[in-house]
Structures are given as C-alpha cells and as structure tokens.
Design a protein around this ligand. Structure first.
Ligand SMILES: O=C(O)CCC(=O)C(=O)O
Ligand SMILES: [Fe+2]
Length: 432
C-alpha cells in the first residue's frame, strides 16, 4: 500500500511511502517512516492526520493512495487548501441543520481562507444577538470596540461596537463547535455590531511579539502562543457593504476592471456616499470591491489562519471589515490560540517573562541536531548557521546524534540558567 505524505497544511505531497503490511506493524513505525520524508518529523516525532483533521491511531484505518498530514510536536493540524473552490464536508462536527454537514470551501490558499457553510442556524444567530443586547455587566456589555494588548484603546480605525459573551448556552455551544472544527483552545466569543458606515481597517489578528512583556507571543518558539486562526460567524445578512476583505487575497473572479471603473462602480453602489472624503474608510471601499471579500450571510462563517503551519505569523492574513453601506452587520469573532493564552505548563506568565532569554546554539562537531526536550529544532555543525530560540529559565535543550547507528542518542544537555545570560543572550556551543 502506498500513502502520500504531506507537510502540515500543504496541498501537494512531499513524498510517498510504501507500507509493507508485514513490516509496518505499529503507528510508531509509520511515524518513523514519515520522519524519513519530512525533515521536521525526524525520528518519528510527528503525529499523523488524515485530510479531515483526524489523527491516525490505527494502521487498519489506512487505505491505498491515502493522503497523510504530518504535524510536528507543539503544532496543530491546519486545513489544507487544495485548490480554490475545493469543498469538503467536515465529519464529526455538528452542523446547524441535521443531515446537512458543515462544508469548508477554499477561497484562497495564501492567505489561507475558507468559507464555512451550515455553521449556525438562523435561530442561533438571533439568539446570540438577543443575548448580547441583554448583557449589562461592565466590561462585557456592548460598547465601542478597542484595539491593542496593553489596555484597551479606542481607535478611529475600528468603529464597530462589541460585547463579550462568555457564559450563555448558545455562545458555549458555538465555541465548542469552533473548537471541534479546529481542535483547540479559544478566546471568548466577541460579538460585533457595525452600524451604517462602521468598519475595521485592514489589520492582522496576530498580536505583535513585543506588545506585552508578560507573554511570549512568538508562537514559533517553545511555549510561545498567539492567535492561530479566526472563525468569524455572520449573524445577519447585510444589504450592501460589510464584507470581510483580504487585500492580499486573489478575488474569486479575476479582476479585469481598471481603477477608474472600480471607483465608478463603488460610487454607483453608494459605497462611499456617507464616508468622509480622504478617510481610510473611503480609501478601503476600492479594496472591498476589487479584492478577495466575503459577503456576510447569516449562518455562514469564514475561517482564516493568522499563522503558518510552523507557527510563524502569516503576514498575508491581513484583513478588515468593509464599511457597512446599507443595513446593520452583526458578527461574532472567535480567536483561536495555538496554546493557552495565559501562561503555560505550571509557571505564571510573570514568572516566565522574568526568565525570558534568547539562546544561540552552535556545534563544532558535524552530524548533530538540537532538540528542545524532544522537539527537533534543527541541524547543527561547523557548516550550519547558528540556531536561535526564545527560551526560559529551566528549559532543557539537548544535542542529539543526527545520523548513523546511534541516531537520536543524547550527547549533551543544557538547562537554561538565567544568571549566565549577558544582555539577555546565552551562547551554547557543543565541542564534542
Ligand atoms: O467584521 C469583520 O468582518 C472582521 C472583524 C475583524 O477582523 C476583527 O474583529 O478582528
Ligand atoms: Fe481581525
């Protein structure tokens, strides 16, 4: 039997494996074999998923020509885009309409954007709005939206209102469903209202690395977490405007109009009528009708990723909310993180921040690799670039043999000691 091995989130295989039923007898052997195809899975460290996001737990479930997706340790399964218009019924996630599955339809592969159909029923959408209007607690009730991580800042670049629904049964149900769709953790359900002309300037949901000293937002580093994906639920239809726009995404129908034609169409549709001339909202209207834009439709959702599968920020995930022209737009945001928002393992964020250190690793010896605990970090040797990582007091890094019979054997271990850092940087060199 032959299986095709894909890197996490990739639409084309990195290689294939022939599995001999007699010799490949355990999942561990499958994982080791995957490690031969995918560098980041060296030594069998990756989990293996099918194309629907289910982890392969038994070899009996495999079939010939099956696509397998290798997910490195500390990373999450990312839906592959395949091609624009590709539709997949998501198994195992409850939809709003019994008998009608949730469909993911690929809108763009970079940025990685999917339309989610049948995500919530009209009743669910109405209930979220009703519940939101009834929230009175300070800090949760509907009020002008803010931006930033260092305390809330009212910004002229985000003119909607929002509320947080952290407790209602319908919010819990929808959060669980998003969790099922992605298999991860979430922020609260942020409910948004955009009245006429209200909008949100194009931005990234990913938070800046240095936006808050108490948290490691570098999601590609050990223990670092940040917003990973966003599922935006549309709670109402909007007559005109209010699209979620991805300025770096290709529109589904290739744009052939000239700038003048686009501007004329914007005027004809009343797009900029209520907007201040020269404002960012007015400037945005052109992007809204010429780039990848998802029209709000009650019961639908849009899923997009803010991180690449390796945890680095995807700068192409830039998006915004187009000014509402006619009607009121209600939507709800779920920001999903790649790991806990507040702290991780047993240590508090404040404690973590104290020991936050940049480490630089190198080796005078060939044929070795650096590991964080059991996570492969990269190859080291005289001909290789230094490896850098944001790490913390007490983290353990290992040098392992990377070839030959003793592959995987630990040759040296370093435990990060904050007092050895100079200006926040520690150098480690393996001399053999
Ligand atoms: O309302 C929208 O379409 C987008 C909202 C958004 O990007 C956000 O709240 O982060
Ligand atoms: Fe956003």
């Amino acid at each position: 039997m032959t299986v095709l091995i894909h890197d996490n989130g990739e639409s084309t295989p990195a290689g294939s494996l022939y599995l001999e039923p007699k010799t490949t007898t355990s999942i561990e052997e499958l994982k080791s074999a995957v490690g031969l195809v995918i560098d980041a899975c060296h030594g069998g460290t990756c989990r293996v998923f099918d194309r629907y996001g289910y982890e392969i737990k038994a070899l009996g479930a495999l079939h010939d020509e099956q696509l397998l997706f290798a997910v490195p340790p500390n990373r999450h399964f990312v839906w592959p885009a395949f091609e624009i218009g590709h539709r997949v019924a998501v198994p195992g996630v409850t939809s709003s309409l019994p008998g009608h599955p949730i469909f993911l339809e690929t809108l763009s592969d970079s940025p990685r954007v999917f339309l989610v159909e049948n995500f919530l029923s009209a009743e669910d959408a109405d209930e979220v709005i009703e519940t939101t209007l009834g929230i009175t607690a300070a800090g949760f009730a509907l009020k002008r939206s803010t931006t930033g991580t260092q305390g809330a800042v009212v910004s002229s670049h985000r003119t909607s209102e929002n509320a947080f629904d952290t407790t209602s049964p319908v919010a819990m149900k929808l959060k669980r469903r998003v969790f099922d769709l992605l298999g991860m953790r979430w922020d609260g359900l942020q409910v948004l209202r955009y009245n006429a002309s209200k909008a949100y300037i194009p931005h990234m949901d990913y938070l800046e690395f240095d936006s808050n000293a108490d948290h490691n937002f570098d999601s590609a580093s050990p223990g670092g977490t940040n917003r990973f994906a966003t599922v935006l639920l549309y709670l109402t239809d909007v007559e005109e405007g209010g699209e979620t726009v991805f300025p770096l995404g290709e529109p589904l129908e290739k744009e052939t109009r000239t700038t003048q034609e686009i501007q004329a169409e914007a005027r004809a549709r009343g797009r900029a009528a209520d907007l201040t001339p020269g404002s960012w909202e007015e400037e945005m209207t052109e992007t809204c009708i010429s780039r990848l834009a998802v029209k709000p439709q009650k019961g639908r959702a849009v899923l997009f990723y803010s991180q690449n599968p390796d945890g680095t920020p995807d700068e192409r995930s830039l998006h915004g909310a187009c000014p509402v022209v006619k009607g009121v737009k209600w939507a709800a945001n779920l920001w999903v993180w790649n790991g806990p928002r507040f702290g991780h393992s047993a240590t508090s964020p404040a404690k973590e921040a104290e020991g936050k250190i940049q480490a630089v690793f190198s080796s005078a010896v060939e044929g070795v690799a650096l590991y964080w605990e059991t996570t492969r970090w990269g190859k080291m040797g005289p001909g290789e670039a230094e490896l850098k990582a944001m790490t913390y007091q007490g983290h353990k890094w290992n040098v392992r043999r990377d070839e030959g019979e003793e592959q995987g054997a630990v040759l040296a271990s370093w435990t990060i000691e904050a007092e050895k850092a100079e200006d926040g940087v520690i150098q480690y060199r393996y001399e053999g």
